[in-house]
Design a protein around this ligand. Structure first.
Ligand code: SAM
Length: 178
């Protein structure tokens, strides 16, 4: 199952950090890539590209000037999950979503989410019915979707690798370069 994330309404000045964190969470928790709408942000794309070059994997980032077309095009072959505090509880629908075996587009908002998104989604899913953040909602959703298997993710082609330590930090250069 391929899982991509659609981040709605990115605003480079206001959302720089949160969108970066959202995309890093998407990558670390097993998504294959992200597409974002709103305003194009080349610094964001470069930052994510640098992380992928250093830490590996085949994660990609793209921009779309029409979230509506993204949703419609994705809906033709895959399924759409919209994360919102107003949706159905994650714990009630996650097995059904996992069981559909289709590729998934996971939509997360920023500022106001257009009402049409709720209609175009196959599932509107709440990660608790309390307000929090797109970063936490996405991380918990992916963790439940993959039943924790993403924690053992392997990122091929990495230049850097953390060697886990009980204390302190150890990072190895595994690029094999000179
Ligand atoms: N009122 C918004 C909502 O519909 O969830 C909260 C806006 S929040 C700043 C930005 C994004 O975080 C939302 O569009 C949604 O994708 C995600 N989010 C926040 N709380 C959530 C929750 N409890 N469950 C699922 N997603 C949530």
């Amino acid at each position: 199952m391929v899982v991509r994330v659609l981040r709605l309404g990115h605003r480079p000045t206001r959302d720089k950090r949160v969108t970066t964190h959202l995309i890093l969470a998407a990558r670390a928790f097993g998504a294959s890539g992200v597409v974002y709408s709103g305003k194009r942000d080349l610094v964001l794309e470069e930052t994510i590209g640098d992380v992928v070059s250093e830490w590996g994997g085949s994660f990609d980032i793209g921009f779309s000037d029409s979230w509506r077309s993204e949703l419609r095009e994705w809906g033709a072959s895959g399924r759409v999950v919209h994360l919102t505090m107003y949706g159905l509880p994650l714990q009630d629908v996650v097995s059904e979503i996992r069981g559909c075996r289709s590729d998934l587009l996971v939509v997360v908002g920023g500022a106001k989410v257009p009402g049409e998104v709720y209609d175009l989604a196959d599932w509107n899913v709440a990660v608790t019915s309390q307000p929090h953040s797109e970063v936490s909602a996405l991380a918990v959703f992916l963790h439940e979707l993959f039943e924790g298997r993403e924690l053992d993710g392997v990122y091929g082609g990495a230049r850097l690798r953390v060697v886990p330590q009980a204390r302190g930090k150890r990072v190895e250069d595994v690029s094999g370069g000179v």
